[in-house]
Design a protein. Structure first.
Length: 394
């Protein structure tokens, strides 16, 4: 027990929320993967659960490992890994494995991973370091462009062609970090305006190329068509084209307030990717509105705890922990928003719940870094309390 207490230090609320997400994930994936198990493993749902449990364990161990590193060391570790991630992103575009008409995964030996996951966590660490150590130089537009804007554009630009939603989320996280890091508002607004214009033009050009050459693997056509289907009225949309969203709504409607109970989902056999992209719809079907709100609250509690860290921590720890927490919660909001029909369809998994591979590892590492910051804060507060008590005794 003493060893466990030494490991499980830091923010106990975040630890508890992660354990709850892991339990929810095991139940939801086991139920949602029935068709997947029938097609791939001859109905062996237990094998799917075993595989997913192993990945969750690795993600949990990544969290524990990351939490044991003194968070100030990440000021050196993450920027180096960020510069490593850029050529990996480029390599993914050129030589990545094509999955669902997009090259997002790269294979190294028998290991494959989504390089954008590495870029997300390391870019947050890089920005936290630069905005802290070089904050006095951020008043210079030239320095801001060289040290902040160009690295952001490099990462987002390399992710953008194959994964628009991830690029957009990462860009939003970077803007929030720049705002918290006290970058001048006129620079932020100019940056956003430029990106909107250039990004819109890039999507238009890519779309026109894709329409002229339908056999190309251009993703812009997919993005535009998804937005068009999202904006159109239900009766104006081809049922086959909007199949995922329609089946997700059927699952949610069938769940009611308290759900059909665990393992009783019917839409898991109809809905594409019910164990990953649309796992929240299965949770709503089996656990109802009550279960769906509970999952939402877990992510909001994590964000709230990260906000409290911002108030207590030095600037690097504040930016690092909030950037990582905001990234995870935004991803969760997008996944849930897609499931309930509030956003166009994307490929964002539900952090620490959806079935996945390296995404679980990087999610665990992100939460571990946040916990590392809270560990340091707790130690400092304990030292302060001890000093105050000693002064009072004297």
């Amino acid at each position: 027990m003493e060893k466990i207490k030494k490991i499980v230090q830091g923010d106990k609320v975040i630890w508890t929320m992660v354990v709850l997400l892991v339990l929810i994930s095991m139940l939801a994936v086991y139920s949602a993967s029935e068709s997947y198990a029938n097609n791939r493993f001859h109905g062996s749902n237990a094998f799917v659960l075993l595989k997913h449990s192993a990945l969750l364990l690795f993600g949990f161990l990544a969290m524990v490992g990351a939490s044991c590193v003194q968070y100030r060391r990440y000021a050196k570790i993450l920027p180096v890994l960020f510069w490593v991630s850029l050529p990996l992103l480029l390599l993914t575009i050129v030589m990545g494995r094509n999955i669902n008409s997009a090259s997002r995964v790269i294979g190294i030996g028998f290991i494959s991973f989504q390089t954008s996951d590495l870029a997300k966590i390391t870019l947050v660490g890089y920005l936290a370091m630069v905005l802290t150590k070089e904050r006095d130089k951020m008043a210079s537009l030239k320095y801001l462009i060289m040290r902040v804007i160009i690295p952001i554009l490099a990462a987002v630009g390399l992710i953008f062609p194959e994964n628009f939603s991830t690029a957009a989320l990462l860009f939003a996280v970077c803007l929030v970090m720049m705002f918290i890091g006290r970058v001048k508002m006129k620079y932020l607004l100019g940056f956003v305006g430029t990106i909107v214009l250039v990004g819109g033009l890039a999507v238009f050009i890519m779309y026109e190329i894709g329409e002229a050459n339908p056999e190309s693997t251009n993703r812009a056509s997919t993005w535009v068509h998804r937005i068009q289907r999202f904006m159109a009225d239900d009766e104006d949309v081809d049922s086959d084209a909007n199949f995922q969203v329609m089946q997700s709504k059927v699952a949610i409607a069938g769940g009611g307030v308290f759900g059909k109970s665990p393992g009783k989902s019917t839409q898991r056999n109809v809905l594409p990717h019910p164990y990953s992209d649309f796992i929240y719809a299965i949770i709503l079907e089996e656990y109802g509105l009550a279960g769906g709100i509970s999952v939402l609250l877990i992510y909001m509690i994590i964000l709230y705890r990260a906000t409290r860290i911002v108030i207590r921590a030095p600037q690097f720890g504040a930016l690092l922990s909030f950037g990582l927490a905001f990234s995870l919660v935004m991803q969760a909001m997008v996944n849930m928003g897609v499931a309930v029909g509030l956003l166009p369809v994307t490929g964002q998994p539900l952090p620490f719940v959806s079935m996945g591979g390296t995404s679980l590892l990087f999610t665990g590492a992100s939460i571990g870094i946040i916990i590392s910051v809270t560990k340091d804060l707790d130690k400092n507060e304990e030292r302060t309390a001890e000093l105050e008590a000693a002064e009072a005794d004297s």
